[in-house]
Design a protein around this ligand. Structure first.
Ligand SMILES: *Cc1c(COP(=O)(O)O)cnc(C)c1O
Length: 432
């Protein structure tokens, strides 16, 4: 499969090049040149297929012959070695839980897939050409990337996180792994971390010394596997014979955009809903037609504190850059922290479900959309386990969250990080 840059000022590349580069040289995001729908028989039979088979069928055209069938099947099976349960919480609402992976964040799947692809492309190189994955995190991405890449040969991972601004559990997930994972603790905000990473990608001084790539959802190998979730939910809910609506709490819009790719492959999706926190760029665009990216504001759903959603250009491409087409397929709503907290209480009190702040926004947005729709079934995506957001969960709920074993296991491990406060220090580290 060939990929083109959405800025259209760079040559087409293979899957491998797109994964290794991350971003095109013209700073555009890569996008597949062709999207072929899956055969009708696939959807007719989907209830008889296991997750790995469904995922392989969905992803294979995007990889092409660059990873042989058997290897790709193994990669996909390893990536998906945990559950993706769908639970009904109200008559017309189910929740798709995407947090049963090793770091309890939905980003586990994309990070694990990307890591294994890079590992595969590296494995035959006589002189292992090291790739450095550089990533800034506000909390959730870093842990998933660190765990996904742990022990992958030929890949070093450098994670920047804002000191004192991630939860204790998230910090442990970033700083206790060792091996090929290094955590840089930045005296600053998430935006400072992100700026340093962007500066590094534009800095020519690393040429010939380090090959830097990103593990954010701009990378196609992080982004595309997120399609799988939507197929799994369809399989689980098919027997309801209802039109499906997906509500996705969104920040960089990679997850929901992957759902739209699944729809392009023929998955019957009636409509998408996006829920955001105060960073309401997309809902605002859908309402007014004006796209105003702006500096992010801090909220309790901090994995979605994004003021310039990077994948939105892919969503526009999927809708022929036509806002009227987009409005037919996507509705958007935004919520304050107070409304988010109220939704956490509502879910807990009325249906005894413990959501996290991101999932709660997905739930609110779905409820808003369903007010004018009957005869559909709504699914909101739960993107992280609530234990990871303990400091912002209402105490009465937080006290009742059981400690999952994969979190318990890291709590007593020793934190290891390198403190930095400016770009020069990052550069010195990367060139050392
Ligand atoms: C990253 C993240 C999101 C947002 O996903 P995007 O693909 O960036 O829109 C939502 N919830 C949680 C918990 C996340 O970590």
């Amino acid at each position: 499969m060939r990929y083109y840059s959405l800025n259209r000022q760079a040559p087409d590349v293979s899957f491998q090049e797109a994964v290794v580069k991350g971003l095109a040289p013209d700073r555009g995001l890569y996008f597949p040149k062709e999207i072929k729908p899956l055969p009708a028989s696939f959807f007719e039979n989907i209830e008889n297929l296991d997750n790995a088979t469904i995922a392989y069928e969905a992803i294979k055209q995007f990889v092409g012959n660059e990873i042989p069938e058997q290897d790709l099947k193994e990669i996909v099976a390893e990536v998906l070695s945990f559950d993706f349960p769908v639970n009904q919480v109200e008559d017309n609402i189910s929740v798709l839980e995407l947090y049963h992976g090793p770091t309890m964040a939905f980003k586990d799947v994309g990070a694990r897939f990307m890591a294994r692809c890079l590992g595969y492309f590296n494995k035959d190189k006589a002189t292992k050409e090291h790739v450095t994955v550089l990533v800034a995190t506000s909390g959730d991405t870093g842990g998933a990337v660190a765990s996904g890449f742990l022990g992958v040969e030929g890949v070093d991972v450098v994670i920047l996180y804002p000191s004192g601004k991630v939860s204790d559990i998230q910090e442990k997930q970033l700083t206790t792994l060792g091996q090929n994972i290094v955590a840089l603790e930045v005296d600053g905000t998430f935006d400072d971390c992100q700026t340093m990473v962007k500066t590094a990608f534009l800095d020519d001084d690393y040429k010939d010394k380090r090959s830097l790539t990103s593990a954010n959802s701009i990378n196609i190998a992080r982004w595309l596997p997120q399609m799988f979730y939507f197929f799994f939910a369809y399989k689980a809910l098919k027997s309801k014979n209802k039109k499906l609506v997906f509500s996705v709490p969104s920040g960089n819009y990679g997850n929901i955009c992957a759902g739209m790719m699944a729809q392009k492959l023929g998955l019957p999706v009636h409509h998408f809903v996006t829920g955001t926190n105060a960073n309401n760029i997309v809902p605002n665009y859908l309402e007014t037609g004006n796209y105003d990216a702006k500096p992010s504001v801090q909220t309790i759903s901090n994995a979605m504190d994004v003021g310039a959603p990077s994948n939105f250009v892919r969503i526009q491409e999927l809708h022929d850059n036509d806002i009227s087409k987009l409005r037919k397929n996507l509705s958007g709503y935004s919520y304050s922290d107070e409304e988010t907290t109220a939704a956490l209480h509502q879910l807990y009190d009325s249906v005894n479900y413990i959501a996290d702040p991101h999932g709660a926004i997905g739930y609110l947005a779905l409820k808003a959309y369903l007010q004018n729709e009957t005869d559909v079934h709504g699914v909101f995506l739960e993107t992280a386990h609530p234990i990871k957001f303990l400091p912002v969960m209402p105490k009465s709920i937080a006290d009742n969250i059981p400690m999952p074993p994969q979190i318990e296991a890291i709590l007593h491990k020793q934190k290891k990080s390198i403190e930095i406060s400016n770009y020069e220090q990052l550069k010195n580290y990367l060139l050392s």
